[in-house]
Design a protein around this ligand. Structure first.
Ligand SMILES: *Cc1c(COP(=O)(O)O)cnc(C)c1O
Length: 396
């Protein structure tokens, strides 16, 4: 079954759930059992009620492990990335923090990519450090040379490719090779690519993480994370999820089940918009550099071609000058369709001015000019281009 069809047909069993196209929303904390013996069996891990969807739960005796609504979504995500298990968490950030807590302990060393999502970096510096885990940030373009940064206590290498602000793409297989030779776990934040454009577990990565909040849901109306892991790593993720008491609501799962069905169609459309917008930006004199892995000439282009099946419409530009806040506000505050805001992956276009001074530590900051990040939503491409054009005129 191709991905496009999996997205539509997994997580659905109409005949078993009264013929409804969509799986029911099962709102429950408690599961009930006919006898004490049945309850005991469930506590030992035996699934009592025949599940409609294949589950990876380790505790089917109580609602915290999820139910049919959760299992339906987990099934789709697992199938798309060939994962052994999928655990859902309350946000993309918590999917990352739960994974790191599950794979690291006091005295361990973590190699973290320098261009990582800001809150992931803050978690390493504020929480992991306090609990005895040391973090070293590495150049995203390091490749096999990451071997030189490994210490006897290095337990995890974390990747985010491309980084979601400056879009450096990593040599995933080179890093996985070094890690595997030394029994080090590899984790990747795969939110930018979605399961459609990159399948990290097929490349030997142990854990792939998604901010479901972004493209997978696609509606900018909820927060959720997903942890997808291979067979070998799955028990460690199950253990931490269970013991931290991680759960998400069935209602949110049903919203994501609705959103994910259109993922392929949305990304296909947005990729076309991206192409048109990049072609325009190439001709715009105020744009000094386009930071997009799918843009020929950008430093990450070769790695993107090697590993990714497509590009999502989140990228940055470097302006020809360092503009003042007032100048930028005049251009950006007056966009007609593009709103100022963090996040991405929804149906609406967004823009942010990036402030990277002092943030990166492994690579010196080469972005002395103003960096702007754009997310292209589902609006008409020509309307977006006109909005951008008018903005650049106001920047004069
Ligand atoms: C948004 C984002 C996250 C976190 O997702 P939330 O659901 O907002 O917590 C993680 N990684 C990347 C790359 C993101 O852009």
């Amino acid at each position: 079954m191709k991905d496009t069809t999996k997205i539509i047909h997994k997580g659905r069993k109409a005949v078993e759930h009264f013929g409804t196209v969509n799986p029911p929303i099962c709102q429950t904390s408690t599961m009930i059992f006919p006898t004490l013996a049945d309850y005991d069996k469930a506590e030992e891990g035996e699934i009592f009620y025949k599940p409609l969807f294949t589950s990876n739960t380790t505790d089917p005796a109580y609602g915290i492990a999820g139910n049919q609504t959760h299992f339906a979504l987990q099934e789709i995500l697992r199938e798309l990335e060939n994962a052994a298990s999928c655990y859902l968490t309350s946000s993309g950030l918590s999917a990352i923090t739960v994974t790191l807590v599950g794979l690291l302990e006091a005295g361990d060393h973590l190699l973290m990519v320098d261009c990582v999502y800001g809150p992931t970096r803050r978690f390493c510096n504020k929480i992991l450090a306090k609990n005895g885990v040391e973090t070293t940030y590495y150049n995203p373009e390091i490749g096999a040379d990451i071997a030189k940064l490994i210490k006897p206590n290095t337990k995890v290498i974390f990747m985010e490719s491309p980084g979601s602000l400056t879009f450096e793409a990593q040599d995933i297989s080179a890093i996985v090779k070094v890690a595997k030779e030394r029994n080090i776990k590899t984790v990747i934040d795969n939110s930018w690519a979605t399961p459609l454009y990159l399948k990290p577990l097929d490349l030997g990565v142990d854990v792939s993480i998604h901010a479901v909040t972004k493209f997978i849901n696609g509606g900018s109306d909820l927060l959720m994370g997903a942890i997808l892991s291979n067979k070998e790593t799955s028990p460690r993720i199950a253990n931490i999820v269970k013991n931290l008491g991680i759960s998400v609501s069935a209602y949110d799962c049903s919203l994501v089940l609705r959103g994910i069905r259109s993922l392929k169609a949305r990304l296909d459309y947005q990729q076309k918009t991206l192409k048109k917008v990049l072609a325009y930006l190439k001709t715009e004199p105020k744009v000094k550099e386009i930071l997009c892995p799918a843009f020929e000439g950008f430093s990450g282009y070769n790695m993107w071609k090697k590993y990714f099946k497509g590009a999502t419409p989140l990228f940055s530009i470097r302006l020809d000058n360092k503009y003042t806040n007032e100048q930028l506000a005049k251009a950006i505050d007056n966009y007609e369709y593009i709103s100022v805001g963090a996040s991405w992956g929804g149906f609406e276009s967004l823009v942010r001015v990036l402030k990277l001074d002092g943030v990166r530590t492994a690579v010196s900051n080469r972005y002395n000019n103003t960096l702007i990040r754009y997310y292209l939503g589902l609006e008409d491409a020509d309307d977006i281009i006109n909005d951008l054009k008018e903005g650049f005129k106001r920047l004069s």
